[in-house]
Structure formats: structure tokens, C-alpha cells
Design a protein around this ligand. Sequence first.
Ligand code: DC
Length: 222
Amino acid sequence: MDNGKHYNIAIDGPSGAGKSTIAKMLSEKLEILYLDTGALYRAVGLKAMRDGWEENDEKVSELIGGIDISVRYDMGTQRVYLDGEDVSEEIRRNIISDYGSRFSALPSVRSALLDLQRKTAAKYSSVLDGRDIGTSVLPNAKYKFYLTASADIRARRRYNELIAKGQSVDYETVRRDIEDRDKRDMTRAVSPLKKAVDAIEIDSGDMSTDEVVNKITEYISK
Ligand code: DC
């Protein structure tokens, strides 16, 4: 697709809208790289939890330069490293969703992770999913999508995912967590979650993942 030229696809949207599943399927279909940017914020959140960082931008700005976050690909699957340790599984814990969201609101954290995202996108044709890809990380991305679904559907999906992974959670807590994260991600001062004016909005609520991927590839091939 796209005559083998370099291009990037930005997929933004709230938690549980299906971004990572769709982005991964899309990257396989189009044979391009997938960068899950939420995983980078989660790695910072994990470090903050482990070391008891205070949620204070001045303090975090002194610490963030001392950590190394990188990604590698194992058979096409992204692995995330924190100071050389593979933390890909640990960052999926529900508590890290909260830490990731809270620390992602700090300007020092956002600017520390910008370079890795932009360099990866510049080097490879890729699909990046996150909250601010189309608005801030890659405002010139060739294709931009904003994926949504109701809070109830997103909470139900996240609950099923966590249960399938053997984590013990209850639906009401997951729903409350989703609403708290939505509010925090959408109202923070720096790069809040919002639809880029030139992004195509897709409500994935009543759609299968295949339908969403087909809809996106239809737009791209137009
Ligand atoms: O997509 P995710 O749930 O793995 O992301 C975890 C948190 O990271 C999310 O609550 C907000 C933050 N995030 C962000 O601020 N900007 C991004 N591009 C991606 C994630």
C-alpha cells in the first residue's frame, strides 16, 4: 500500500477503545511497524511506583533523565525495557495503568518520551497508538484516526481482558478507573487526549475488530 513510500498512521482515543488490538492488526496487514506509546508511559509509571516518585514535575524532571526506556521487537511483537529489564508483562498490571496515566500528565515525562516516538516514526513506516499522536507527536502524520466507544463498553472489554489474564478485579472498579483515566487524560494541561481536527473518528462500540481494521484500510487505500 502507498507505493512502498514512508508513511505513519496515528491512532488516538481513550482507554479500552481497542486502539492496541486494531493498531497491531493493522501493522500486520500493512506490514509496517507498530509502536504502542502507552507502554512507554507505563514503564515510567512502573519506575515511579517502584521508587516512590512524588507526582511533582520539578522533582520528576531531575529523575527522568536517569532512566532508560527502550523498545525492541521480538518476532514483530514490541517488548519494552526499563533500564535494560524487560518489563513488558509487568506494565500491564492494572495498578500501572493508574501510575502511567498520572505521571503522563507531567510535562517532563512527556518531553522525555517524545524523541523515541518521533525517531521511530521517522525511521519506519509505522502505526502509533496513544493519546496525542495526531495532535502533538506526529501532527503531520499522513493518516489519523480517533477510536472511541462508550465508557460502559470500554470498561467491559478491559474487565474481560484482566480476568482472562487471571487478575482479580471487579467490574465497578474497572469502570471507575476508566472514567478517572478519561478525565485525567482529557483535562491535563500538556497534550491532552483530543481528536485532531483532521482525524477520522470511528466508534468501535458495535464493530468487530476486523470491521474496524477494514474501515481504516479502506480510508487509507482511497
Ligand atoms: O494506552 P495505555 O492505556 O497503555 O496508556 C497508559 C497511559 O499512558 C494512559 O492513561 C495515558 C498515557 N498515555 C499518554 O498520555 N499519551 C500517549 N500517547 C499514550 C499513553
